[in-house]
Ligand binder design. Sequence first.
Ligand code: 0CN
Ligand code: SF4
Length: 322
Amino acid sequence: MQVILANPRGFCAGVVRAIEIVERAIDRYGAPVYVRHEIVHNRHVVDTLRAKGAVFVEELSDVPDGAMTVFSAHGVARTVEEEARARGLPVFDATCPLVTKVHLQGRRYAKAGRTLVMIGHEGHAEVVGTRGQVDAPVLLVSTEADVAALDLPDDAPVAYITQTTLSVDDTKGVIAALARRFVNLVGPDVSEICYATQNRQSAVRDLCKVADLLLVVGSENSSNSSRLRDLGADEGLPSYLVADGNAIDPAWFEGILRVGLTAGASAPDELVDSVIDALRKLGPVEVTQLDGVEESLEFGLPRELRGAPAKAASTKFATIGA
Ligand code: 0CN
Ligand code: SF4
């Protein structure tokens, strides 16, 4: 069997920064460090950080007074920031700068008097956070049909913003539907939203041309990882989202010669390795990698956490519980 790796794949700059914030906070201030929501949507990352002293909670009310607190990469609503401030909690904000950029866009458009439409998935942490960062109603659409159903006059001044981890193609379709309906529409170009989402999806499209089956390493609740799996399915390949090598079902590979393998932005390389190891148990495997865009973007850490790397920073995300 040939295993062909997509390029780029796996960790993006926002995920690297978010994980490093938790590791360095534990290293500098000691455990426990409370993290509001999964720092990134990957069970192995969460389990590994938990083993080092991170405590994951969904609400700030579960954080004891005075405890060091981290906001996840997906961002939080202003009410959460205000609650933390009112309680005097020491906070490191691991919101990805590209998510913060969307918050700022939303506020700017609302200030200019435009009705805001967010393209995203109801209930996703980033969508909840972004809608809660704008002091104005933010209408939510996921599909072109949702655009048709918006209760707004066609000549209303409208602006759109988007969740960062959507299908780039679907988003283009929804933006086109907005543009067909609203004569006075502004919003960012899809290419400005998130380089990592865009690059991982283009890499999977290339991969689908040379593979018979697609494996995406990532957690079920990871939006960007799920979109990679969807893309494979749309391209007509049997496509599976797998947490790690243990999730491989040998029956999937009967008659398959070329396995395309990628990983979502929140999935550690070690999990990709565990999938390759699992495939080797089925028979001889040759691993190759496609050429792809080189990524060099890095996001700076909060001032208090800069300097020498945390002792823990080189952690390998072992497949805990595997
Ligand atoms: O899997 P993630 O934690 O988040 P989603 O893809 O579900 O949004 O990946 C990091 C992306 C961010 C923010
Ligand atoms: Fe930031 Fe994009 Fe990574 Fe999300 S996927 S953390 S927006 S770089």
